[in-house]
Design a protein around this ligand. Structure first.
Ligand code: 5RP
Length: 275
């Protein structure tokens, strides 16, 4: 972990009046503490991450470069003289720093407000630690108030919209200038309202299996280990438990599931109407 004394972030009374933008700047700067000198840093996407990228430029001589999660972040990094490496050429990253649209008290998140969720999830999966940077408006009890983004193959969009309608949720195609937004991967985004995601792991598992879904904007398997939360009292650091729930899910052999693999295969073949 890098130590940059000038970036210490004690609470300060004047922060009571800080705007959301100022809080984003604070957490962007605070994230420098998690950058490992000499390493390549995983960099997310969004207005909060832009503040981190700007801060990173101040220590660019101390890092090797970055792996980026979007064309927009790549352009900003390169404009500031930070080398950008291809994700496929970097087997593992020590840290991934990104924002969130919502984060709960377990470190589970909704992401994709900037339409970069697929690459964000890939880079996060390649990183040993996810440090989420967010202002306090993003901290929630239960995920789902923010419209959940999904990246989808366009031909599957009507069917997926119907699947959400069947569970009482409303999915719409995200538009840009009146036509469907096209992601960096050439796909479309659905935004889903009317959800309360009580079990993010189960939700991500289930919806990821729907044909045509490229990426679900629930980050449960790639949850944050740390959140730097910008508050009126300063930057609060939240550490989340070390994923024992995820390890249990990942380690479960199919035979050990209560329903048995025969029934599981049948269940997977059923038409999904619930999540
Ligand atoms: C982009 C993202 C962003 O991290 C998320 O939308 C938060 O963005 P911002 O920092 O601008 O509020 O997931 O796909």
């Amino acid at each position: 972990m890098a130590h940059f004394p000038q970036m210490a972030h004690p609470p300060h009374p004047s922060q009571a009046a800080l705007s959301q933008d100022a809080l984003k700047t604070l957490v962007g700067q605070a994230a420098l503490h998690y950058v490992v000198p000499g390493d390549i840093v995983g960099v997310g996407t969004g207005s909060t991450v832009n503040q981190f990228i700007d801060a990173l430029a101040g220590i660019k001589d101390q890092i090797k470069g970055a792996v980026s999660s979007s064309v927009a972040s790549t352009e900003r990094l390169q404009a500031l003289g930070i080398a950008v490496f291809d994700c496929a050429q970097v087997p593992e990253l020590s840290v991934y720093i990104d924002g969130a649209d919502e984060i709960d008290h377990q470190g589970y998140m909704i992401k994709g407000g900037g339409a970069a969720l697929t690459r964000e999830k890939i880079v996060a999966a390649q990183s040993r630690r996810f440090v989420c940077i967010a202002d306090e408006s993003k901290l929630v009890q239960t995920l789902g108030k923010f419209p959940l983004p999904l990246e989808v193959i366009p031909m599957a969009a009507p069917r997926i919209i119907g699947q959400f309608a069947a569970i009482g949720a409303q999915a719409v195609v995200r538009l840009k200038n009146g036509t469907p937004l096209v992601t960096d991967n050439g796909q479309h985004i659905l935004d889903v309202t009317g959800l309360q995601i009580a079990d993010p792991l189960a939700f991500e598992t289930r919806v990821s299996q729907w044909p045509g879904v490229v990426t679900v904007g629930v980050f449960a398997y790639q949850k944050a280990q740390v959140c730097l939360l910008g508050t009126a009292q300063g930057v609060k650091t939240i550490h989340f438990s070390n994923c024992s729930d995820l390890l249990a899910v990942r380690a479960e052999p199919v035979e050990a599931l209560p329903m048995g693999h025969q029934a599981l295969r049948q269940a997977q073949g059923e038409r999904d109407t619930t999540v």
